[in-house]
Write a protein that binds this ligand. Structure first.
Ligand SMILES: NC(=O)c1ccc[n+]([C@@H]2O[C@H](COP(=O)([O-])OP(=O)(O)OC[C@H]3O[C@@H](n4cnc5c(N)ncnc54)[C@H](O)[C@@H]3O)[C@@H](O)[C@H]2O)c1
Length: 386
């Protein structure tokens, strides 16, 4: 079997995890990495044992050995890198959010469809076996009508005024920070698991830390402050905390909060779906368990176990029950879904459910943008215009 050639632009925090996941597949050649300069790219290529290194994304895109381009750059580069990759006829795997605005994301979706390439957005939580189990159980009607979908996605890595990231700069992150960064995950997951779309939102957004100490030297995501760092004090214009009410297309209601200033919450995504017969709750930090809420008998806790989950979710679990699996495994499952689809040569109509496309990326961008708009209007119900 001919191996598929892959190249990645941006190898900071998440880029190496794309490489790890793709490497596990065995039938993909990791051809090259690109980063901001030749030197940086070469350093990272050596560290990650990747043969070629490019100091610009244009150079990487010109490499004929690369069929699939991964985009793990800061948000403001998603659009130009994706546009250029599509123009070269490469398949594109872009990290979330797909773009800075819904308009950009829509353009990317349309251009990718027109070019006939495979396009995917790495909403990685879709790859968890219990997420797929819940999705299949809900689709079969096991919990009845989803009436109420609620939860949160909280982190604490921006709690101190010395915490800083490009995610706080609108020209690099987009008009939203926490909502675009992690709210996009929550909304995609809620819609993916429940099978129903968000139609209306009412948002309340807050900037808990309005001034931050921006380090004068560059820092990658989640790097902590060094004792010798020097700072400039900057105004923060984007939200680090938000609460949102939701309406879904089936008449169901919902609510979620996101925050990156919530002490003790590391990567705490919780989604609960209360149906007319049962409830289901999944928590990313305890991702090997799914809580099942019953009315007329004792509640249950389903542990991740290939012999106990829905047949359609079995392939997402790689180890027997009791052997914990985690974030990188779910990420691998997402990459495998994407690459198996690329290798199959099937058209977009045959795309697997677990694979988020630029359509899903566009929808997440549209929801986030509408939440920000709703909040700017003082918190009014606003329809999401997809
Ligand atoms: N799916 C997930 O769970 C997940 C997790 C983390 C990050 N992300 C997304 O991945 C993207 C990257 O986030 P991160 O946390 O890795 O950021 P990061 O800042 O750690 O890494 C970004 C990388 O891009 C490089 N870069 C910057 N400008 C470049 C340019 N012009 N050309 C080439 N490379 C360039 C940087 O040098 C760095 O190596 C973001 O869009 C983020 O939202 C997704």
């Amino acid at each position: 079997m001919k191996k598929i050639g892959m190249g990645i632009v941006g190898v900071g925090f998440v880029g190496p995890h794309h490489i790890d996941a793709v490497r596990r597949l065995g039938y993909v050649d990791i051809v090259a990495v690109a980063d901001m300069t030749d030197t940086l790219a070469r350093e990272k290529a050596n560290l990650l044992h990747v043969p070629k290194a490019y100091g610009s994304y244009e150079a990487l895109l010109a490499d004929p050995d690369i069929e699939v381009v991964h985009n793990a750059t800061p948000n403001y580069l998603h659009y130009p890198v994706n546009i250029a990759a599509i123009a070269k006829g490469k398949h594109v795997v872009c990290d979330k959010p797909l773009a800075m605005t819904a308009a950009e994301a829509k353009t990317l979706r349309d251009l990718a469809n027109k070019a006939g390439i495979v396009h995917a957005v790495t909403f990685g939580y879709r790859g968890n076996p219990l997420v797929q189990h819940a999705r299949l159980a809900i689709a079969r009607g096991d919990i009845g009508r989803p009436n109420f979908m609620h939860g949160y996605y909280l982190q604490d890595w921006l709690l101190k005024d010395t915490d800083y990231s490009w995610r706080l700069e609108p020209d690099k992150s987009g008009p939203s920070s926490a909502l675009g960064d992690i709210g996009s995950h929550w909304c995609d997951l809620a819609q993916h698991i429940s099978g129903v779309r968000i139609t209306h939102v009412l948002g309340d957004i807050t900037t808990v830390i309005p001034k931050r100490k921006k380090p004068k030297a560059a820092r990658e995501a989640f790097q902590t402050v060094g004792k010798d760092d020097s700072f400039e004090l900057v105004d923060i214009k984007v939200e680090d905390l938000a609460s949102v009410l939701l309406r879904f297309e089936n008449g169901g209601k919902g609510a979620f909060s996101v925050g990156q200033v919530c002490a003790g919450h590391k990567n705490d995504l919780v989604l609960e779906i209360c149906g007319s017969a049962k409830s289901l709750r999944w928590r990313q930090e305890d991702q090997n368990e799914l809580w099942i809420g019953n009315r007329d008998r004792a509640n249950e806790l389903l542990q991740k176990d290939p012999s106990l989950v829905e047949p359609g979710a079995r392939d997402f679990a790689h180890l027997p029950g009791g052997h914990q699996e985690g974030w990188p495994d779910a990420n691998f499952n997402v990459m495998r879904t994407i690459y198996d689809f690329i290798a199959s040569g099937k058209g977009q109509d045959a795309r697997p459910a677990a694979m988020a496309t630029f359509e899903d990326g566009y929808r997440a961008n549209a929801i986030v943008e509408t939440i920000i708009e709703s909040a700017r209007q003082g918190g009014v119900w606003t329809k999401v215009n997809y």
